[in-house]
Design a binder for this molecule. Structure first.
Ligand code: PBG
Length: 332
């Protein structure tokens, strides 16, 4: 065999052929991101007259009512699929009363944003008492000092109703209380909101990656959420939580955090027949921003790679603090 014919026949398979030019690589790409895959979280802070940058999340702001409208409009121009709104009240109390007050801060945010953007994107409310409670837990406490699950889900369902009344297009309960989706569905239906979908934060882990978010919402939590959020080492428990949320009427399911839990995203995506969301949480954002600020990583490449990886793992919806910025940079 001449050396020439040897090189023509071997290796038989040459996967590199499809990687040779940018056009070939583009044609052979399996996973693509579209702006509509992305949801931008936004924070409205009560009682400030200038937007405040969150120190552990450079580039992310606690908004005023005015700057919130602007951020919402920019996100819509960038083509994002949705906005996930959070409110930070001035006053906190044991029951988290601001959560269910029709004029509470998140309801103000929802009304403003829905007025600003109309139906051009999907406006989602985070249903949880943690921003409003002085103890920082996601529900109300019983006499023993532990979270009272069944009393909490009543408050969460009331919160969902006031958010729907304020114009929320989708309700996203994140409190990890048993039965929350079912109770919310029942109260929404009874209040005339049977058309409002529920995005369950179904598989939500007790993760240290939420650290910077606690700064963002000025959480007063002293302890931790391990008595209601999932154990990071568990896998099957996520399927149980997802199945329960679907049985209770969830229209979307979510895995959170995303980056360190891509195995769970894939598992859930293979398991369900509803859209799957994944939340690229605050710590994922801050880590990349911090390393990039030090010149240790190429920020733009790493952000795109992280978003594409979450999409590749099976999430068709990605909640990301980079949504607006990177929606405008996706390859068309
Ligand atoms: C609860 C909520 C949290 C996040 C989203 N909704 C905080 C928590 O559960 O501790 C975390 C988001 C993030 O870290 O970016 N309101």
């Amino acid at each position: 065999m001449s050396s020439h014919s040897f090189s023509a026949q071997f290796p038989v398979a040459r996967p590199r052929r499809l990687r040779r030019t940018p056009a070939l690589r583009r044609l052979a790409t399996e996973t693509r991101l579209h702006p509509s895959n992305l949801i931008q979280p936004l924070f409205l802070r009560e009682g400030i007259d200038q937007p405040r940058e969150i120190s552990s999340m450079p580039g992310v702001y606690q908004h005023t009512r005015e700057s919130l409208r602007k951020a919402a409009a920019e996100a819509v121009s960038a083509g994002v699929g949705g906005l996930l709104l959070f409110g930070i009240p001035l006053e906190k109390d044991p029951l988290g009363l601001g959560a269910t007050d029709p004029d509470g801060i998140l309801q103000v945010a929802l009304r403003d944003v829905v007025e600003e953007v109309g139906d051009a994107t999907v406006v989602i409310g985070d249903v949880n008492l943690d921003e409003y409670t002085d103890h920082g837990h996601t529900g109300v406490l019983g006499p023993d000092g532990d979270v009272d699950n069944d009393a909490s889900i009543e408050r969460l369902a009331d919160q969902a109703v006031v958010q729907a009344e304020a114009g929320a297009h989708v309700i996203a309960p994140s409190a990890m209380m048993d039965g929350q989706v079912g109770r919310i569905r029942a109260k929404l239906d009874a209040a005339g909101f049977s058309h409002v979908p529920i995005m369950g934060y179904s598989a939500k882990y007790a993760s240290a990656f939420y650290g910077p978010f606690r700064d963002a919402v000025e959480s007063s939590l002293k302890g931790n959420r391990r008595a209601y959020q999932q154990v990071p080492g568990n896998i099957r428990e996520s399927l149980r939580e997802v199945d329960l949320d679907l049985a209770e009427g969830a229209d979307f399911v979510m895995v959170k955090p995303a980056g360190a839990y891509l195995d769970i995203v894939r598992l859930v995506a293979d398991h369900v027949d509803v859209p799957v969301a994944a939340y690229q949480v605050s710590g994922e954002y801050s880590m990349i921003e911090a390393a990039a600020a030090k010149g240790w990583l190429d920020r733009d490449q790493v952000v795109l790679e992280s978003l594409n990886s979450i999409r590749r793992a099976g999430a068709s919806i990605i909640i990301s603090y980079w949504a607006t910025e990177f929606a405008t940079r996706l390859e068309r």
